[in-house]
Design a protein around this ligand. Structure first.
Ligand code: PMV
Length: 314
């Protein structure tokens, strides 16, 4: 059996501002994954993608001009990059990552699919090439993506990401214990990104200083992570959430979860990803983890996931 997978991701700081060249910090969530398995089919059957969670089977037609389905576009771009025709196979996709919730589900599905296809064809793609393809596919989901989602997912490592710059990673001075809490409300990143773009265009004198402040706090957050100063990191996360509110990408549900986490003793809490729904994150300690988790559930979280970024040198 040929099988490939890709992880989820969360953005620790800098979402939205990253679209405008501000750095952002993101980490993979390796316990939450998308799996793609390949079943070879008899000759002439063609290539099909079976999206098991959606109960959908998509036949691949590579000669289609306009491809606005992310899965079909992934296949088309991988085949074009490898200069091959579609193999006779069915690729089944199974995802543990909730869609439209800021966890990178779209990029993870495409990455797992692209990897499975390359394995089936026995033609591996470099991470750089796969990343470039998934970035193109991200445009279907996000309109004008910064590229952070595909980068953290394809490389599956913590990234300090600056748009159009080579990937940078960072060391982790002390483990970061995080809770990821889901509001249960899906929200389209594309819509939130579009709303911020409108603000940037219409009110640059008010919005540009906010983007500058986010830049400063992301740079400080990187040092805090590297030196293991989790208290400072928590404060910076709280501040980042306030700026995201000003960018109109929070929601009542997200604010309630953030307040609940802060009041229950989290070092910091903020929305994560596109916002207006989806997930928030809370930085906790092993001692406060349980209490904050309970507070999040009481405040309406439909699911809380624990993840730890272990101490590591870059
Ligand atoms: O995919 P999400 O919801 O985690 O959001 C991506 C992060 C944004 O900064 C909002 C958009 C982008 O392309 O960077």
């Amino acid at each position: 059996m040929i099988a490939a997978s890709a992880s989820a991701k969360i953005i620790l700081l800098g979402e939205h501002a990253v679209v405008y060249g501000v750095p952002a910090i993101a980490i993979p969530v390796s316990d939450l994954r998308v799996y793609a398995t390949v079943k070879p089919e008899p000759s002439g059957k063609g290539l099909c993608i079976a999206a098991e969670d959606l109960n959908q089977v998509l036949p691949v037609q590579v000669d289609a001009e306009q491809v606005d389905n992310a899965l079909l576009l992934t296949v088309k771009l991988v085949l074009a990059r490898l200069h091959v025709s579609p193999p006779d196979a069915t690729i089944a996709i199974r995802s543990q990552i909730p869609p439209a919730s800021g966890l990178g589900s779209g990029a993870a599905v495409s990455t797992a699919l692209g990897r499975a296809l390359c394995m089936m064809l026995d033609q591996p793609l470099s991470r750089e090439d796969l990343n470039a393809i998934i970035y193109e596919v991200e445009k279907v989901h996000h309109g004008t993506p910064s590229g952070i989602d595909n980068t953290v997912i394809v490389y599956e490592q913590p990234v300090y990401y600056v748009r159009d710059q080579a990937i940078q990673t960072f060391s982790v001075g002390a483990p970061l214990h995080l809770l990821i809490a889901d509001t249960g409300k899906g929200a389209l990143t594309k819509v939130a990104v579009g709303a911020v773009r409108e603000l940037v265009t219409q009110e640059p004198e008010r919005i540009n200083p906010i983007l500058d402040s986010i830049r400063v706090l992301v740079i400080q957050a990187r040092s805090a992570i590297e030196t293991g100063d989790t208290r400072t990191l928590g404060r910076l996360m709280n501040a980042n959430h306030m700026y995201l509110r000003e960018l109109t990408v929070s929601s009542d549900e997200l604010d309630q979860l953030v307040d609940a986490a802060q009041n229950a003793g989290a070092l910091g809490a903020k929305l994560s990803g596109g916002g207006r729904g989806g997930n928030m994150i809370a930085l906790v300690t092993p001692e406060t983890c349980e209490t904050v988790e309970q507070a999040l559930i009481t405040a309406g979280a439909v699911r809380v996931i624990r993840t730890t970024l272990e101490e590591e040198s870059a």
